[in-house]
Design a protein around this ligand. Structure first.
Ligand SMILES: C[S@@+](CC[C@H](N)C(=O)[O-])C[C@H]1O[C@@H](n2cnc3c(N)ncnc32)[C@H](O)[C@@H]1O
Length: 258
């Protein structure tokens, strides 16, 4: 069964509205991903004094708040598909008395974000939700000023291929790495959702085709500084033993050419 872009957006908007609270502040800067290296360790993002930053898939707004607090960002914009996430981020920024422009929409369309305006665009564990990756990267390129920086993190494409087999207490490669395209999960975190498995070369080639220049690709080793006792359970999705075999997260830094 094929699923259209509009159906995907509708299903995922409804799904994310229901599960938004499960992710409140969960995957946000300084974290790039579960058990992964952090921005506090990597320093990929320079000082943003006087500069404008946009987060794609901003969720509850915690990454933008980090960039305001730790990098001194002057102008904050967040885009998210879920009205519930936008409501969470609105309440979060109001509670901190921080001004932020929050926009509702899917990242593969521009619902009113200024172009040639941003010094920095970030996306933390959100970008892989896009129904149209080439269009999303083209839009990022449009939003950035010349020499502006784009940084995103997402689950490593090989991570989902391993399963833990309790009877033999080992990890087994059970999924093809080569899947590339939408698939419906009827009960992801208990809701219907459309996922988009993609291979690493799809991300890299689409960045290049959008006209951005790749500066760094990081496949994160396990960050023992953030591992808690419960992260050692081998059957947990993000677990230390599994992340020692395949990184949970990849991080990309790219730049719009001058
Ligand atoms: C795992 S959350 C991460 C959000 C953020 N980093 C945080 O910690 O709150 C993924 C986010 O992507 C958003 N999302 C999913 N599909 C989207 C789309 N097509 N366009 C924009 N945002 C989308 C979801 O609503 C959700 O807020």
């Amino acid at each position: 069964m094929t699923i259209t872009r509009d159906e995907t957006v509708e299903i995922n908007r409804k799904g994310w509205d229901k599960i938004a609270s499960l992710f409140y502040g969960g995957t946000a800067l300084p974290r790039y991903g579960p058990l992964a290296v952090t921005e506090d360790q990597l320093h990929l993002i320079d000082d943003l004094t006087g500069k404008a930053v946009l987060e794609i898939g901003c969720g509850s707004g915690h990454s933008l708040e980090y960039l305001y607090r730790e990098r001194n960002a002057a102008e904050l914009w967040g885009l998210d598909l879920s009205p519930e996430q936008i409501r969470f981020s609105r309440e979060f920024f109001d509670s901190k008395n921080i001004k932020a422009n929050l926009v509702l929409g899917s990242m593969d369309e521009n619902p009113g974000i200024p172009e040639n305006h941003f010094d920095c665009v970030v996306s933390i564990y959100s970008l892989g939700w896009t129904p149209d990756l080439p269009r999303t990267f083209e839009l990022v390129n449009c939003y950035l000023k010349s020499n502006g920086v784009f940084i995103f993190s997402w689950e490593h494409p090989a991570y989902r291929c391993l399963s833990y087999k309790a009877d033999s207490a080992e990890y087994v490669f059970t999924e093809s790495y080569l899947k590339d395209g939408p698939e419906i999960d009827p009960s992801w975190k208990g809701v219907e959702i459309v996922l988009h498995p993609r291979v690493m070369s799809t991300y890299i080639n689409r960045i290049i085709q959008a006209g951005l220049v790749l500066e760094r690709l990081i496949e994160s080793d396990v960050n023992m500084d953030v591992a808690r006792e419960q992260d050692y359970a081998p059957d947990k999705w993000y677990s230390v033993p599994r992340a020692k075999l395949i990184p949970t997260t990849f991080i990309v830094k790219a730049r719009k050419p001058k």
